[in-house]
Design a binder for this molecule. Structure first.
Ligand SMILES: [Mg+2]
Length: 202
């Protein structure tokens, strides 16, 4: 299986939150503890990330509290992510993490990712609020995997994009026309198929 992954060595840029790690689940858990009386609005994700219905300014505070709490370190990998990432690494591809997270988290992010995935990433790049496009170009990414449509739309003309659909962004995926050449993946097995097919075409 996936033997074609061995043909061409790719430079693969991976988003972290809700691609490598199930960040949404962890934030939601923490939110329920902090605000037990609040009901999470299922449509909130249409306006704010990450679907907890907070204004961005409040969310930045909340995110910092979460990242300093034990919940942060309990954030689990997304289903299938560990096996897939290890397989990509063992096949000789170069893996980068390119995340819109806050730079103060860099050390903990590295540590947390290393705990789950091992020493497989060439670099972990945290961009604060900056666009991913320049970084994607700088690292000469062949493939970019992200669950955020805004990032996919921003980068689809500079790299092959795989848009990861999940329960949080499903509605936005339905509403947004995807540019030609963008693949939609409904999980890591789909990501692996796309990369494998892409390699076969080279
Ligand atoms: Mg994400």
């Amino acid at each position: 299986m996936h033997k074609n992954l061995r043909t061409k060595k790719l430079r693969i840029a991976l988003d972290c939150d809700d691609v490598l790690l199930d960040t949404y689940a962890s934030l939601q858990q923490f939110y329920k503890i902090q605000y037990p009386m609040h009901i999470i609005n299922p449509d909130a994700h249409l306006k704010t990330w990450p679907a907890i219905g907070m204004e961005r300014v409040k969310f930045i505070d909340f995110f910092e509290q979460w990242s300093n709490s034990p919940y942060y370190l309990r954030t689990m990998p997304l289903d299938g992510a560990i096996d897939a990432v290890r397989q990509l690494y063992q096949s000789g591809h170069t893996l980068y993490v390119v995340s819109h997270s806050f730079s103060y988290l860099l050390e903990r992010r590295w540590g947390h990712l290393r705990n789950w995935f091992g020493d497989v990433f060439t670099d972990v790049i945290l961009l604060d609020g900056n666009s991913k496009r320049d970084t994607i170009k700088q690292i000469r990414s062949d493939v970019f995997v992200d669950d955020c449509i805004r990032n996919i739309l921003d980068c689809h003309d500079v790299t092959s994009c795989i848009a990861m659909q999940n329960k949080i962004n499903r509605q936005i995926f339905i509403q947004t026309p995807m540019p030609d050449g963008v693949f939609i993946a409904r999980g890591w097995p789909d990501v692996m198929s796309v990369i494998s097919n892409k390699n076969r075409c080279h």
